[in-house]
Design a protein around this ligand. Structure first.
Ligand code: 5BU
Length: 474
């Protein structure tokens, strides 16, 4: 029997055992509905269980690249069990409520942080049940980006899941299900129209994002990144075991190159202010690029663009510095609005480029308000290929795990300079404030031995990151 025949057979069987009913019903949330699914009854029908398992196995599970399966409690639990046995993929079990004694664990089974888990569910309306399971898996450091379900009611669940980076595959959409029943004369045309009208008029509201970027390891976040520069940077961080960005705020090109010779192997990103260099030449840029290739770091020009799109485009592509030709990414203010993001194209001459958008600043008395920060994050949403992350100070600023929090204003002790810069410690910025890439300038550059100091910063920051992803701080 081919796939479509099996699907038809399943739809008809579900109808015959009253797993789907048509009439006037009231849902859990008190809304009237002309169609009602109750797949809990299928445990009484082994043939239906086998058919569902076969179909889910064929369309997703057999090719799934995952370490575990996890059913959303309760209806999907027996289905997940059967799939786990058929596919020989270990299962995890999510509790609905935490135990009242012993460990407060919500996920039962053996697993390691960073492993991938495929979610199994019966029916999706808003997607919130899957997202609750995803949230508990994330708390344990597990990755859950794929779900396979029996029926999509087409009421906004798919969109809610996508917004939370969960991709869903279903055996049936409600449309397809109705089509099959109608085709076999099980329901009337009137009923089919009623159901379609109801679906159109009753869409679930969008749900909050549940992915906890703070607990995910960098290599997993590389997989979730849309911006190619963010992907590369996360990968470099994981490979070099460094989340340190060195801000080379020196005015002599030879001093910058000498410094990078000594410290390049320890950093993931080098941040420049190209316009402070007094002996700037094109040769310097070539040498800088060679060092970036040799030591595997990216270059961020901290230009903080802030003009109208047309001017920014000229400042980016032209002039003495031709920033777009050598900087993998740049910083930009959101103040002028979207025009600035249109000017900073994510691909210049076939090469990927990125932008860190300023959502907050480290200096005291800056005029950025919470509303401005929120609007900056919102503005970035429309430019997923371009936006590498945000320059910001707080973990609540954004939630997308594919984006990078770049945090400046860091030294080993919390102090201030005499022009308003405020320094926080590595522990504070990584563990409390959610920094992913940490910018250190004078803390290293003006040290007696930058080559010794860079190692201290790198090791301290990396230890904080490891502690953070171990989940022991929340
Ligand atoms: P410092 O020497 O670690 O204070 O250097 C910090 C660098 O980060 C410096 O180049 C600043 O221009 C940059 N910076 C910052 O300090 N604070 C901010 O909010 C932003 C950038 Br945005």
């Amino acid at each position: 029997m081919d796939y479509n025949n099996k699907l038809e057979k399943l739809a008809l069987q579900l109808f015959s055992v009253d797993a789907v009913k048509f009439g006037d019903f009231i849902t859990k949330s008190g809304i009237n509905t002309p169609v009602y699914f109750d797949l809990r009854v299928i445990v009484s029908y082994p043939d239906i269980m086998v058919l569902i398992t076969t179909l889910l196995y064929d369309i997703v599970v057999k090719d799934a690249k995952c370490d575990h399966l996890c059913g959303v409690p309760y209806t999907a639990l027996p289905i997940a069990t059967l799939l786990s046995i058929q596919a020989k993929i270990p299962m995890l079990m999510r509790r609905k409520e935490a135990k009242g004694y012993g460990t407060k664990k919500m996920i039962e089974g053996h697993y390691k942080p960073g492993q991938k888990c495929l979610i199994i569910e019966d029916v999706v309306t808003s997607g919130s049940s899957i997202l609750e399971t995803v949230k508990d898996l994330h708390k344990e450091g597990l990755i859950a980006t794929e779900a396979v379900i029996i029926l999509d009611r087409e009421q906004g669940g798919r969109q809610n899941l996508e917004a939370n980076k969960v991709h869903m595959k279903s055996l049936f959409t409600m449309t397809k299900f109705i089509e099959i029943l109608l085709g076999h004369g099980k329901i009337t045309n009137d009923t089919a129209v009623k159901v379609q009208d109801y679906l159109k008029g009753t869409q679930a509201p969008p749900t909050e994002s549940t992915v906890n970027r703070i607990l995910l390891p960098y290599e997993k976040r590389a997989e979730l990144a849309t911006s190619q520069i963010a992907k590369r940077l996360f990968t470099i961080m994981a490979t070099k075991k460094s989340n340190l960005c060195l801000s080379v705020d020196l005015t002599s090109s030879t001093k910058i190159l000498d410094l990078l010779e000594k410290v390049g192997e320890h950093v993931c990103l080098v941040k420049t202010h190209i316009d402070i260099i007094e002996d700037f030449t094109d040769v310097f840029l070539r040498q800088l690029k060679q060092l970036a290739d040799r030591f595997n770091f990216l270059i961020l020009e901290d230009r903080k663009f802030a003009d109208i799109g047309n001017t920014v485009s000229l400042q980016y592509l032209k002039g003495l510095y031709k920033i777009s030709e050598w900087a993998d990414c740049v910083t930009a203010h959101s103040l002028p609005g979207e025009g600035i993001l249109k000017a900073l194209n994510g691909c210049v001459n076939g090469v990927n480029r990125g932008v860190f958008l300023l959502a907050e600043m480290s200096c005291e008395g800056n005029l950025i308000s919470p509303d401005y920060t929120e609007a900056s994050v919102k503005m970035a949403e429309k430019y997923p290929d371009l936006i590498t992350g945000f320059v910001c100070q707080k973990k609540e600023t954004f939630s997308d795990p594919g984006l990078i929090q770049l945090t400046p204003g860091v030294q080993l002790e919390s102090t201030k300079d005499d022009m308003g810069q405020v320094y926080n410690t590595p522990e504070k910025v990584v563990l409390d404030n959610g920094a992913d890439v940490i910018v250190v300038g004078r803390g290293i550059v003006t040290a007696k031995s930058p080559e010794a100091q860079v190692v201290i910063y790198k090791d301290t920051l990396w230890k904080c990151y490891l502690k953070r992803v171990s989940g022991k701080i929340e």
